[in-house]
Design a protein around this ligand. Structure first.
Ligand code: IPE
Ligand code: IPE
Ligand code: MG
Length: 228
């Protein structure tokens, strides 16, 4: 499997950041307040991840199916993502984070593809953490696109889909739902799954550490037998 990160013995953790809307409405706030609070969780988790043995983090920010939401909520999310990328790129670069955005770019509103490209360029030298943010992402579409270049092996397919991040070791979904919602379907073939009730805006480094503690107690057999 290809890897461009030094010390690439760390984990690839995928996070389905769910529950922003419920977090907000439960407090009598508009759903957008939950999305705004969710950005703070992204900052906290990215800061904590490298010291917890995570080398790659893939965050589900906006699915290809999220276009079905009301236009005002979609527009708010797009503005929030653009602002996050513009405000955060320098700080990410300073802390050794390399940012890569996965998903389609051709349907994004004006300004966002440019902000993505600028943030990717500004952080390209980062080796401490590979941070992948999935925007307008569908795993099934990604698999279809990768298959179109006719990979000849599973490894080649994984390389096309996941690049340096590789297979997912641990997938965490917040806020109680127990489904994948079209996220990283190929890369999660042997991922350990964790479903936590905490809504995304309340998730932080300690919550990630608890998920990793649980992950490290699991017995990953990959079809074989328990290690003696
Ligand atoms: C996750 O929170 C953020 C996105 C999907 C963009 P939701 O907006 O799905 O929040 P809930 O699940 O409705 O509470
Ligand atoms: C999945 O959450 C997508 C993201 C977290 C970006 P959704 O809230 O859109 O998923 P469903 O609709 O509950 O499956
Ligand atoms: Mg949701």
């Amino acid at each position: 499997m290809q890897s461009t990160l030094p010390g690439s013995d760390g984990l690839h953790v995928a996070l389905i950041m769910d529950g922003n809307g419920r977090w907000a409405t439960g407090r009598g706030l508009p759903r957008t307040a939950g999305h705004r609070a969710g950005v703070e969780s992204i900052r906290r988790v990215c800061e904590a991840a490298p010291d917890l043995g995570v080398r790659a983090l893939t965050l589900y920010a906006f699915s290809a199916d999220n276009w079905r939401r009301p236009a005002e909520e979609v527009a708010f999310l797009m503005r929030l993502l653009r602002r996050y990328l513009e405000a955060e790129a320098a700080r990410l670069a300073d802390s050794g984070v390399r940012l890569v955005v996965i998903g389609r770019r051709d349907r994004l509103p004006e300004g966002l593809p440019e902000a993505i490209a600028a943030a990717e360029a500004a952080t390209a030298a980062g080796t401490r953490l590979l941070l992948r943010i999935a925007i307008d992402y569908s795993a099934r579409d990604a698999i279809l696109a990768a298959a179109a270049s006719a990979p000849r092996s599973r490894e080649e397919m994984t390389g096309l889909l996941a690049g340096a991040a590789g297979d997912v070791d641990l997938l965490v979904r917040t806020s109680g739902e127990k489904r994948l919602s079209d996220f990283l379907l190929w890369e999660c073939a042997y991922a350990e799954l964790a479903f936590v009730d905490t809504p995304w805006p309340d998730f932080d480094g300690a919550a990630l550490a608890a998920c990793l503690d649980d992950f490290r107690r699991r017995d990953r057999r990959f079809g074989g037998l328990k290690a003696a």
